[in-house]
Write a protein that binds this ligand. Structure first.
Ligand SMILES: NC(=O)c1ccc[n+]([C@@H]2O[C@H](COP(=O)([O-])OP(=O)(O)OC[C@H]3O[C@@H](n4cnc5c(N)ncnc54)[C@H](OP(=O)(O)O)[C@@H]3O)[C@@H](O)[C@H]2O)c1
Length: 281
């Protein structure tokens, strides 16, 4: 019987995967398996005896990471390496989740990134995720590395929430909101991504993949669609990243080309607006 261990299985994406795996899935949270502790992690994985491991763990406080890079690297780079090392030694296939933020250095980019494009992160979080990808590739040949973008799901990320829930709350509380309009990417519903990841897990087509809902928008456009679908009417003002002045720089464009995934699993994820309808319902 297959036994899929989902590290980070109580997080936004992990919980959606676990929910769909039924009896085959087992979530392991930080208490049971802290991925920064290689020895404890190895014991936990050996005891759980998985046939497949999915790594949904992340340090994803993007701004905070600028001030504590070692904390971001401990999880996103060295933690990923710890998992991949165990999987490689025990020949257990590993699915590792990564991010569109491995891109962004090409400030003139305006066409979707393919898996063959060279990484160029612009912040600590993105760099730590890029190092994590390399560590997985080096240590575990039987691995799928899947980059996604702008995730939102029912189990909001601790300490961060998710963009949709935050917009619904602020749209009720405030008459006016300023939202960044010069970062283009693809918001992705964690439930849709989980479905696609399970389809990919059923293949032995290891390698690097991009997986997001279809289409793209800026955060300003996304916020306006959230308000439209929710019937909220705050005054929404588009601003630049420079005006917003977040601690970490962000890619101006990080849309991912998902054709390889579509070919591999035989379908694509639905357009982001349709996914948002489902989530808000
Ligand atoms: N969120 C996004 O917008 C986004 C965008 C692109 C890519 N991604 C990628 O998608 C994946 C899933 O993200 P998500 O949004 O589902 O993240 P999430 O909701 O923050 O879940 C991450 C999980 O990792 C756990 N964790 C953190 N440090 C740990 C450690 N040292 N050992 C074990 N578990 C630990 C967290 O547990 P605690 O609750 O105990 O901290 C949490 O359950 C990540 O690889 C992320 O980089 C996310």
């Amino acid at each position: 019987m297959n036994r899929v261990i989902v590290l980070g299985g109580y997080g936004q994406l992990g919980s959606e995967i676990v929910a769909r795996l039924g009896d085959r899935g087992l979530p392991l949270g930080r208490d049971a398996a802290d991925i920064t502790d290689a020895v404890a992690l190895s014991h936990a994985l050996t005891a759980a005896a998985p046939t497949t491991v999915v790594n949904c763990v992340a340090y994803n406080l993007v701004d905070q990471a600028e001030g504590e890079p070692e904390a971001a690297y401990a999880v996103n780079a060295w933690g990923a390496r710890n998992i991949a090392h165990w999987c490689g030694v025990h020949r257990v296939p590993l699915m590792h989740i990564s991010s569109d933020y491995v891109f962004g250095r090409d400030s003139r980019r305006n066409t979707p990134y393919a898996e063959t494009d060279v990484c160029g992160p612009v912040n600590v979080y993105g760099t730590s995720k890029s190092v994590g990808e390399s560590a997985v590739k080096e240590n575990c040949p039987q691995s799928w590395i899947v980059r996604t973008c702008g995730l939102y799901g029912r189990q909001s990320t601790r300490g961060k929430g998710n963009f949709v829930d935050t917009m619904v709350r602020l749209g009720r509380e405030r008459p006016e909101l300023k939202i960044v309009n010069d970062q283009r990417c693809t918001p992705t519903y964690a439930g849709d991504l989980a479905e696609a990841l399970l389809a990919l897990l059923a293949t032995e087509a290891y390698g690097l993949y991009h997986a997001t809902n279809a289409g793209d928008c800026t955060w300003y456009e996304f916020a306006r669609e959230v308000f439209r679908q929710r019937g909220l009417t705050p005054n929404v003002i588009p601003i630049t990243s420079a005006e917003y002045a977040a601690k970490a720089p962000r890619p101006g464009y990080s849309v991912l080309n998902c054709e390889k995934l579509t070919k591999t699993i035989g379908r694509s994820l639905r357009p982001w607006r349709e996914a948002l309808v489902e989530y808000l319902r």
